[in-house]
Design a protein. Structure first.
Length: 278
């Protein structure tokens, strides 16, 4: 049981039903072991904005001031990437292909041997990344930023929205079916040829998007906003907690997890939502 003021959670990564990690503004990773949340104490006190790993013995948590924590399956250690720019998130494909990205367009890449800078050709903050493989990666950020990575460099593509719209999350089923969410209820879909706006039914900021399949997609955001896409339309979900939701991720249609402020974690088991907050 969590004792004290509960932190706002900013990211979550599930590996199994009994192994889930969350990070947030208190800078303390928390691990769900199937029965309770257990804090992972480190020397870090900076807020942690994102967490990702290919498996449970290779996990990166990143945050304010360029902090990077690495978990090898036994212990958490702070690593030096040579950068002190704040990082919003981590994303990758395996132990040797990992991106860390964040404020001011900062992008770091781990190739298995060393950290290098990658140039996304923007000074705006980067918030979301998704790809089919290392040569087909989509990245989104503030001021409508959208970049495509071909395995060697980031390319500027067509403007998807006006500059007043920030883009926060991106996810897809394959290269011809990709979804992006953003401010003012923005949801965009790529059909293999064009990016098209979708009717979300809300003006709230949508901060994260994830799906189990093309007809089972979730988007979450400000003011307890939860949406579900069934392959035809987006519909609101009545939340079981009245909080701001920051991230949605899952392992399948019966293992969907949403994290948010005040230590919020809720789970969908394929039939109903339940509370498993800190």
């Amino acid at each position: 049981m969590f004792i004290g003021e509960k932190p706002d959670l900013l990211d979550i990564i599930p590996f199994r039903k009994d192994s889930i990690y969350v990070v947030g503004k208190d800078g303390v990773p928390q691990h769900w072991d199937g029965q309770e949340w257990l804090p992972v104490r480190t020397e870090n006190t900076n807020p942690l904005m994102g967490i990702w790993g290919p498996h449970e013995k290779c996990i990166y948590a990143v945050g304010i001031g360029g902090i990077v924590l690495f978990y090898n399956g036994k212990e958490w250690k702070q690593i030096d990437t040579g950068s002190y720019d704040s990082l919003n998130a981590a994303y990758g494909f395996d132990e040797n292909n990992i991106f860390l990205y964040g404020v001011g367009g900062r992008m770091l890449y781990w190739n298995g041997e060393k950290w290098d800078y990658r140039e996304p050709n923007t000074i705006h903050d980067l918030f979301g990344m998704w790809g089919m493989d290392i040569s087909h990666i989509h990245t989104v950020g503030g001021e409508g930023i959208y970049r495509f990575y071909d395995g060697k460099e980031f390319h500027r593509r067509e403007d998807l929205t006006d500059e007043q719209i920030s883009l926060f999350g991106v996810w897809g089923t394959h290269g011809d079916n990709i979804y992006i969410c953003g401010s003012h209820g923005t949801i965009l879909n790529y059909d293999g040829t064009d990016w098209n706006p979708m009717e979300s039914g809300t003006e709230e900021y949508l901060l994260s998007i994830w799906g189990a399949s093309a007809n089972d997609i979730y988007a979450v955001g400000d003011n307890a906003t939860m949406l579900h896409y069934d392959g035809k339309k987006w519909s609101p979900i009545k939340p079981i907690k009245d909080e701001y939701f920051t991230k949605v991720k899952g392992l399948g249609p019966d293992q969907v997890y949403v994290a948010g402020e005040n230590g919020t974690v809720i789970k969908y088991d394929g039939e109903k939502w339940s509370d498993m907050s800190l």
